[in-house]
Design a protein around this ligand. Sequence first.
Ligand code: HEM
Ligand code: HEM
Length: 231
Amino acid sequence: MPDLLRAHMSTTKKYAIKVWDISIRIFHWSLVAGIGFLWFSGEEGGNIMTWHVYIGCAMLGLIVYRIFWGIIGSPYARFSEFFKRPSHTFTYLKNILKGEKTDYLGHNPLGGWMVIILMILIFTQAFSGLFSSDDIFTEGPFYSLISSKTSELFTSIHHLNFNVLLAAIALHIGAVAYHVLIKKEALIKSMLTGEKQSPRPSRINTRPNYFFMLLSASVAATVVYLLISQA
Ligand code: HEM
Ligand code: HEM
């Protein structure tokens, strides 16, 4: 093969790298479906609120899972991989504003911050729900542990924080749309298949440790079970 052709092929060849393991993808799309349902049921009220409480507890379980998986999970799922110092994030922001091309297989530094913010907001939402009440027939499992004044405070947090969460989700979807439509990166496909294309082969083994996956899932499932059994 002529050298020039070989050189061209080596620059255009892409390697499929498994960036998002199966649990990250299940975590992500369960969050999307769960929060959609919680929004609908929260606004609707009535009998469906029994399921609001159950699914709300499951969202807390997802966050517990993701915290464990952020510590002992597959390489690109780890907080240490995508949580970047503010100075690093500002440099990244300056570079993209200058139109420079930046390559990140996992979350880029801004995306990393977004993940943390979304997780804190979802945690706050679900945690405040545990102490909330609609003053008719739905209350969180820990409602009776606190005074009605404190419960009112948690219920207000549950209402207010949801608007902040919606704004963060809108920003997140906007950022994904920018990468997909303007930068032509197939991010949504990656969150479905787990794979991203890279000009270089992976230097690290991205295979998750399935024992740790099961361990994290068991802890999360136990938390959900204990919460629901109190509800
Ligand atoms: C309720 C709505 C949503 C929530 C709470 C949410 C939350 C998240 C979280 C927490 C992550 C980080 C995943 C991880 O590392 O564990 C993430 C990543 C991602 N989300 Fe969402 N998401 C939502 C909706 C969507 C929608 C509707 C789309 C697609 C249209 C989407 C596309 C993505 C993509 C592509 C990534 C990976 C970004 C990257 O490559 O860095 N998300 N999302
Ligand atoms: C990510 C998780 C959650 C989301 C997104 C969510 C969302 C919502 C929304 C949108 C409302 C309606 C607020 C309004 O009328 O303005 C609501 C109400 C409520 N939620 Fe949740 N919720 C979540 C978790 C939970 C959990 C875990 C519990 C209890 C275990 C819970 C208990 C309640 C209660 C009791 C209400 C009624 C409050 C009232 O009507 O004043 N929620 N939730």
